[in-house]
Design a protein around this ligand. Structure first.
Ligand SMILES: *Cc1c(COP(=O)(O)O)cnc(C)c1O
Length: 471
């Protein structure tokens, strides 16, 4: 590199300096600090690349880089798929893309998106490697399994496992676990598509170990345990714990598959979020293969994680379906970064947005609600904004019975019905998605960050603007 290039690189301002300058602009309220920061990082990265490739005309002033970030943010706002503000309180909102990624995951994703990456190349040997090797290593460390692999989502993982281990043979499952996740994902249909012969046992509310044992014959290939992640059967119930199924499976030479659904990797019970099984626990108990989602309680990109016995994982990887479920470099990059954060549970809780939102203290949520209410009341004295203690849910088919305490700012607009206001809030930039409750708008602070508060205030004033001040 020439001395001129080096000097030019040294002239690049810091992100902190750029962020301060961006925040002083009157458009900055439309974008959260996190989005501003990412846009600025991208602008700096682009300038750095230009300089390295010999373009010394590249402007490196604060003003030029902030302008470039603004242009990129505005362009993103015109796309059909664009960032929205989630004021619904539902942390894993499938309609809003489930888990927002951790900063480290976004950075990893952007870096590989921008050019080529060693997806199937081992840099040390120059040999061809498996694209899932790096994340598999982390999953093995995090769960204690012998081996691991990754596919596009947990639905694909389920289909792949059933197809590989039970095609043309029987897969035994309790009638209490024939779940529907939504849309077209229903366990009996997935079984059917996989080619496995579903053998239901027990009843909706009670299934015993002897029910499974009674139907085991030479066609039996798999004992299937599905975590009923999005509903709960309560009252006169009995289901067979994994440990008993494992004992039965091993005694009769039949494999045990545990579909965890969410599959948290961090123990969330200290925060009252009970009843989510952990992959590491299922492996320890002896499940032969375990699957779970990447974008539920793990807080990563959409994908399906499969951990278990090495022999099973390697069979899954050579199954013809595996190619149709293959993850791309963007998923791999974001997943690897997210899994790295999970190596330190404390770090995962503080830096993975889903975990941070679910574990944040009710007091901190209430404090943000007070700041939103004060801000709105000051801007719009004619409107009434009320603080309401409420509960919300994890969403995304996780923790269906766990009520997460939250605080909302409730608003019954004076000039138009709440549903119409909600519609207008979806049309500002960035769109604000709210909860409608008792003919009122509820802004739920559980899913709103501090940076979102001024954005919501701006959206509300925009929505009321024209109809508020008649001549
Ligand atoms: C969510 C879920 C699935 C589907 O997972 P996706 O990653 O959304 O495809 C399958 N099984 C259970 C038990 C689930 O909760």
């Amino acid at each position: 590199m020439t001395p001129e290039q080096q000097a030019k690189l040294r002239d690049l301002p810091s992100i902190t300096e750029l962020l301060e300058a961006a925040q002083a602009r009157d458009w900055s309220g439309a974008f959260s600090p996190a989005r501003l920061t990412h846009a600025l990082r991208l602008a700096v990265a682009r300038a750095r690349r230009d300089i390295v490739s010999g373009n010394l005309e590249t402007p490196v002033t604060v003003a030029a880089l902030v302008d470039a970030a603004h242009v990129a943010l505005e362009a993103a706002a015109c796309l059909g798929l664009r960032p929205v503000v989630n004021a619904t309180g539902i942390v894993l909102h499938t309609g809003l893309g489930r888990a927002p990624l951790a900063d480290a995951a976004v950075d990893a994703l952007v870096q590989v998106a921008d050019g080529y990456a060693n997806v199937e190349l081992e840099l040390d040997s120059g040999q061809r490697g498996k694209r899932t090797d790096r994340v598999a290593e982390l999953l093995v460390e995090l769960t204690g399994a012998e081996a691991a692999t990754v596919v596009n989502n947990n639905a694909a993982a389920t289909l792949l496992v059933l197809n590989e281990l039970a095609q043309g043979k029987s897969a035994i499952i309790s009638r209490g676990q024939l779940i529907e996740i939504g849309g077209s994902y229903r366990m009996p249909d997935v079984m059917d598509k996989s080619g496995a012969l579903m053998h239901e046992v027990g009843t909706t509310n009670r299934t015993r170990l002897s029910d499974y044992e009674a139907v085991i014959d030479e066609s039996a290939a798999l004992l299937v345990l599905v975590h009923t992640s999005n509903y709960k059967v309560v009252g006169f119930t009995h289901s067979v714990p994994l440990a008993d199924l494992v004992e039965l499976g091993h005694r009769r030479g039949i494999r045990v598959y545990h579909d965890l659904g969410s599959g948290a990797l961090v123990d969330l019970s200290p925060w009252g979020l009970h009843d989510e099984p952990y992959a590491a626990e299922s492996i320890r108990i002896g499940a032969d293969v375990v699957t779970f989602s990447g974008d539920k309680l793990l807080g990563g990109p959409q994908c399906g994680l499969i951990v278990g016995r090495a022999e099973i994982i390697s069979r899954l990887q050579t199954n013809a379906l595996a190619r149709t479920f293959r993850v791309d470099k963007l998923t791999l990059a974001a997943l690897e970064a997210t899994l790295r954060l999970h190596l330190d549970p404390g770090k995962a809780i503080s830096s993975v947005p889903v975990l941070r939102m679910l574990t944040e203290s009710p007091e901190a949520v209430a404090a943000r609600a007070a700041s939103l209410q004060n801000g709105l009341a000051a801007l719009l004295p004619g409107e009434h904004f009320e603080i309401v203690k409420d509960v919300t849910f994890a969403g995304g088919g996780s923790l269906p019975t766990v009520q997460v305490p939250t605080t909302t700012v409730r608003w019954r607009p004076t000039t138009m019905p709440a549903h119409q206001t909600a519609e207008r809030l979806r049309q500002v930039s960035p769109p604000v998605i709210v909860r409608l409750q008792d003919d009122a708008i509820a802004f739920d602070l559980r899913t709103l960050t501090e940076g979102d508060v001024p954005v919501v205030m701006r959206a509300v004033t925009q929505v009321l603007g024209p109809s508020k001040d008649p001549p």
